[in-house]
Design a protein around this ligand. Structure first.
Ligand SMILES: C[S@@+](CC[C@H](N)C(=O)[O-])C[C@H]1O[C@@H](n2cnc3c(N)ncnc32)[C@H](O)[C@@H]1O
Length: 295
């Protein structure tokens, strides 16, 4: 039997119909991203070559990617990339896919560095706890050329991805990679950081079970589940940070808006911080807590 010759236009129409029928979000956009990935072009080029016939190998590779997406694998793991702070990061199932709201941590860290003139110092020391693919730290390294950074994660796989991303963006010479449980890789060393930044796991165990299959079945559980109230890491970070911050040093942590008041209580109980403030995300909810260690 003669094989059907697919054009770009036809295959996009048919595959976005399949994705839509399966209840996949943004079916047309997804179909375009995956086809552009297979063909090694950008999405605009698809429209310029709408009537171009595809060769058999392109069609079979594309079908495989559509099949993976229909099984709810995130597009970013299929293409192996995610943009964050206008930089492209490699992502795979060893790391959480960086979310747009996490750019707030980068934005506030840069403004603190600038406000306080620390960016003028010969060395600004920044610790990114729970770094995952390294997105926060690498974005900061690109923006603050005088910064020296330390990245920690309990996952060897995540640190391998972070190193790959740091090398891709040519900042690996200024970064130290440390593996271990939260503060453990730093204990016994005399570190004093100007800034500690973290987007730790903060989903409650119940919420974790109710997450969409894209997240629950594909992203690392260790990157999300933070116990019954989601505070397991936030509490250890807020209580532990003063031991590793210089006097007047800053802690910036991302959390669920429902956790922010509990986090402020912890800051007050700790009695080591001289001030703190809550910052809102793009949907107008408090997402980031910024605290300054007493001088
Ligand atoms: C929410 S993800 C954030 C990743 C990255 N910072 C981002 O914003 O995209 C949390 C990260 O914490 C790491 N993690 C989980 N438990 C940890 C622990 N006990 N100590 C250090 N890192 C941990 C996970 O491996 C994961 O990479």
């Amino acid at each position: 039997m003669k094989r059907k010759i697919w054009t770009i236009k036809e295959i996009l129409t048919v595959s976005s119909g399949y994705l839509k029928a399966k209840g996949i979000d943004s079916p047309r956009l997804t179909a375009e991203i995956l086809l552009a990935h297979v063909l090694g072009v950008n999405r605009v080029s698809l429209y310029l070559d709408f009537d171009k016939p595809l060769i058999e190998n392109e069609v079979s590779r594309y079908r495989e990617l559509i099949r993976r997406r229909m099984q709810r694998e995130p597009v970013q793991y299929i293409t192996g990339k995610q943009e964050f702070w206008s930089l492209e990061f490699h992502v795979d199932p060893r790391v959480l896919i960086p979310r747009p709201e996490t750019e707030l941590l980068v934005e506030h860290t840069i403004s603190i560095a600038k406000e306080h003139g620390t960016h003028e110092k010969s060395l600004l020391r920044i610790l990114d706890l729970c770094t995952g693919c390294g997105a926060i730290a690498i974005a900061l390294a690109k923006e603050l050329p005088k910064a020296r950074l330390w990245l920690t994660d309990i996952s060897h796989g995540a640190l391998d991805v972070a190193l790959e991303n740091a090398t891709k963006h040519n900042v690996e010479q200024r970064i130290t990679f440390l593996q271990g449980d939260l503060w453990e890789p730093l204990s016994g060393q005399s570190h004093e950081f100007d800034v500690i930044v973290s987007n730790p796991p903060y989903v409650t165990s119940d919420e974790y079970e109710a997450l969409p299959p894209e997240i629950r079945n594909h992203e690392p559980k260790i990157a999300l589940d933070a116990g019954p109230d989601g505070m397991r890491f936030l509490e250890r970070i807020i209580k532990g940070a003063p031991s590793y911050l210089c006097p007047g040093g800053w802690l910036l942590v991302e959390m669920d808006p429902r956790q922010i008041d509990k986090a402020v209580d912890l800051i007050q109980q700790t009695d080591m911080y001289q001030r703190w403030r809550k910052e809102k995300d793009y949907s107008n909810s408090y997402r980031v807590l910024i605290s300054q260690k007493a001088l």
